[in-house]
Structure formats: structure tokens, C-alpha cells
Design a protein around this ligand. Structure first.
Ligand code: TRH
Length: 409
């Protein structure tokens, strides 16, 4: 990876080299976000991108073309490099390393023009040294987790002095113009609108998943962590007059779903009817197909960060299971987003939505809030579309990153 900073003519010139470091904590969000960002920097900004990921198995779930055994591989223009994430910066002894692991020799690695340390994953010390040794040290950015909290805008873009005279800048995604924005591919909204205005395309996509959308049935996608509210929510859907088809990609909620259904093992495309509710298990989809599932449904239950954002681009009502944190810190994040999102909603709709999101994120009974939401559903549908239109007017995070770099030069 040869730094090509010299090719820059005052920042309006050629491609820069980018290294994005991702350490998979758990679940899919870390790699989900960084893989999407890496692809966008290549496809829309013609940048030279290397994505360092420490869990190739997890990466392969999101990139079916990937081989979890190959320490180096190229996908959609992104060079994917396996690394051994060692937060304590101790050289792992050989027996500690999994057989497929291959710790690159960082002393021979040329640090990129721009280095993104995703979610404070801690870069290898030898790589940081390489960043400092460049003729023009690398731009070092810490890509933070998404939050709607007020303090984020004030911290976005702030530098923090690091050893070896390096500066690390905190880069916050966000929902307002004074943040780094959200991941949104060029043309995504137009593509989603075309799909949603084409019933044949929706039906063809759903059929490809083995889903036959019933007339007058509400389609709901479910992607969440284990949740004590699930049973009461499903009971309410089963007892409703309007039929619901619940489409569940394989994931952490399946065990509780099996328990509620009273079945030992749900298999792919199994369909189980309970009253007005039909439940269908789907495979874990590619990211583009998961987008289309979100676009096809009338309500999307999502979690974490990336699916949460993708559901907002679907312009449909959503129910968010936020990633649980210690001391309930996640509830502040949930309320911060609700404060933004409920702006412009009628008191009845805002109250019903907040009641349901709080119940879902606190493991409480969902019956009352589900009933209340039904009364305001048309307003929520219109609101989710208006919210998406408002959000999509903002800069997207890949463009914001490239602009940040050009200003820094
Ligand atoms: O998997 P997650 O729970 O990831 C979490 C969050 O990112 C959280 O913020 C972070 O702190 C934690 O990881 C460490 O949820 P998330 O963010 O929605 O990521 C899921 C990814 O999986 C997303 O890119 C969408 C993708 N996906 C598919 O590609 N196919 C599917 O079928 C489904 C259901 C999801």
C-alpha cells in the first residue's frame, strides 16, 4: 500500500489510501458498518481501501463471496486483511493464535494516508509507529458508535494528541448536520422508492424468499436480541383482527420464538400460524437483500446500529432494540433518539411510540402500547417517510469523511 498523498494537488486530486480497522465485538454491527463504509469509499469516491478485520468468519456472513481462511482477499474493490486484535498490545504467543490467524508484520506495512480506527478498537502499536514515520503522518480518525445524544455534535471532529506527535480525531456519525451524518449509498432512496412503487418487484423479491404475502396481511420483519417482551407482543399480534406475517431472519431471537410457538426446532421457511399471526423463519440475508426485506415490510423490528439506520432508509415504521449497555446507559441513547424522532408527531402518536419502545427495551408487556399504536398507525407511516426524506437531505458519512480529509490536508 503505497501512500499516494503526493498525488494530491491541494486535496482536489487523485485517490488516497485508507486503512479501516475493525474488531468484531459480538454480533454483526461493527463489521456491518465498516464493510459498508469501505465499499462506499471505493465505489463512490474512488479511494484505495483496505479493511482490516479480526474475525473473517463473521465477515463471511456479511460477504458470502469471502473465504474465512484467506488472510488477504479482494471483494468489491476492497482489500480485506485479517489482523490479530490484541487490545493489550502484547504479542500473542504462537499457541494463543487460532490456526487460521496470520498476524501481519506491521513493520513492513506502509500506513495509509487515512486510518480509521472503528469503535475505538485500538490499533496495533507497530502500525501507529508506521503512521508517524510517514513523510506526512496519516490522518487518524476514531469512528464512533452512532448516538443521537446532544453532546455528540460538540465532540465531533475534535482532535486528541497522541504519542509520537500524532493527532487522533473523533468522528461521530449522527442525525443532525453538525455531525458526520449516516451511511447512505448514492441513489439508495430513489432505488427504495422505485421498489416500493412496484408491487411486482416486491412480490418477486418476497417469493424469492419463499414468502407469499397474504392479502390484507401486515408484513413485519423481526431482527432483535433476546427479549422478554417477545411473548406478550406475539400474543397481541395473534389475538388481533388484522393478520400479521412475521418474517424472522436467523438470529438471536429464534430460541424464544421456538419457545413461544411450542416447537423444538424452527427450520428455514417453516410457517407456523397462531391466531392472526403467521411466523416464518428466513435465512440470514445478504445486506442488499436485507434492505429489500425492510423495504417490503410494513413494520421493521431492528437492533444495534446498522439495521437501525437501514430501517430508517426504508421509510417505514420501526421498533428499535438498542444494544444493551451497562447501568442502562443505552436508555439515554434510546431517549435521545426518540426526542429527535418524535418531533412533529401528535402527542398521541409520540406517547404511543415511546411507550412501545420503552416496553420493548425494558422487557415489559407490549399489549397496551401495541393497541395504542394501532390508533395512530397512518400517522406513523407518514412520519417515517417524512423522517427519511429529512435525514436523506444530509451529507452521508463517506462523503463527510473524504471532505474531512481534504480539509485536513
Ligand atoms: O448485529 P448487531 O446487533 O451489531 C451490534 C450493533 O452494531 C451495536 O451497535 C454494536 O455495539 C455491537 O454490534 C457490537 O446489529 P446491527 O448493527 O444492525 O448489525 C447487523 C448487521 O447485519 C447489519 O449490517 C445488517 C446485517 N444483516 C444482514 O446482512 N442480513 C440479515 O439477514 C440481517 C438480519 C442483518
Amino acid at each position: 500500500m503505497t501512500p499516494i498523498l503526493s498525488a494530491f494537488d491541494g486535496g482536489f486530486g487523485m485517490r488516497a489510501s485508507w486503512d479501516i480497522f475493525c474488531s468484531v465485538i459480538d454480533n454483526f454491527g461493527d463489521i456491518g458498518v465498516t464493510w459498508r463504509l469501505a465499499r462506499q469509499l471505493v465505489a463512490e469516491h474512488d479511494q484505495e481501501v483496505r479493511l482490516w478485520v479480526d474475525d473473517l468468519e463473521c465477515f463471511a456472513r456479511l460477504c458470502p463471496a469471502a473465504n474465512a481462511k484467506d488472510a488477504q482477499q479482494l471483494h468489491q474493490g476492497v482489500r480485506v486483511q485479517h489482523w490479530l486484535h490484541d487490545p493489550l498490545q502484547q504479542d500473542p504467543s504462537p499457541q494463543d493464535q487460532p490456526p487460521s490467524a496470520s498476524a501481519p508484520d506491521y513493520s513492513s506495512v506502509k500506513a495509509a494516508d487515512v486510518v480509521i480506527e472503528a469503535f475505538a478498537c485500538q490499533l496495533p502499536d507497530a502500525y501507529i509507529a508506521a503512521m508517524a514515520q510517514r513523510a506526512r503522518p496519516s490522518l487518524w480518525l476514531n469512528l464512533e458508535y452512532l448516538s443521537a445524544e446532544d453532546w455528540v455534535a460538540g465532540c465531533h471532529g475534535l482532535p486528541s494528541l497522541q504519542p509520537r506527535g500524532l493527532q487522533k480525531y473523533f468522528f461521530f456519525p449522527g442525525f443532525t448536520p453538525d455531525t458526520g451524518g449516516l451511511l447512505r449509498e448514492a441513489g439508495l432512496i430513489e432505488q427504495r422508492r422505485r421498489f416500493q412503487q412496484d408491487p411486482a418487484a416486491r412480490q418477486q423479491f418476497l417469493n424469492s424468499l419463499g414468502v407469499i404475502a397474504q392479502k390484507n396481511s401486515r408484513l413485519v420483519s423481526l431482527f432483535s436480541y433476546e427479549n422478554k417482551s417477545l411473548f406478550s407482543w406475539l400474543d397481541t399480534l395473534a389475538a388481533a383482527t388484522r393478520p400479521t406475517q412475521l418474517l424472522v431472519p436467523q438470529g438471536r431471537i429464534i430460541a424464544e420464538l421456538q419457545e413461544w410457538l411450542g416447537v423444538k426446532q424452527l427450520s428455514l421457511n417453516d410457517q407456523h400460524q397462531r391466531g392472526a399471526l403467521k411466523v416464518q423463519l428466513l435465512p440470514f440475508l445478504s445486506q442488499p437483500d436485507y434492505d429489500r426485506l425492510l423495504w417490503s415490510c410494513d413494520l421493521n423490528v431492528v437492533r444495534g446500529e446498522d439495521s437501525f439506520v437501514r430501517a430508517q432508509w426504508a421509510a417505514k415504521p420501526l421498533l428499535w432494540h438498542i444494544y444493551p449497555q451497562q447501568e442502562n446507559a443505552h436508555m439515554d441513547k434510546l431517549d435521545a433518539f426518540l426526542k429527535l424522532y418524535c418531533h412533529g408527531l401528535s402527542p398521541a402518536a409520540g406517547t404511543a411510540l415511546q411507550a412501545q419502545w420503552h416496553a420493548w427495551n425494558s422487557g415489559l408487556n407490549m399489549a397496551k402500547s401495541e393497541q395504542a399504536l394501532r390508533q395512530v398507525w397512518p400517522e406513523l407511516e407518514a412520519h417515517s417517510d417524512a423522517w427519511c426524506t429529512q435525514l436523506s437531505a444530509q451529507i452521508n458519512i463517506s462523503t463527510a469523511l473524504v471532505q474531512f480529509f481534504r480539509k485536513w490536508l
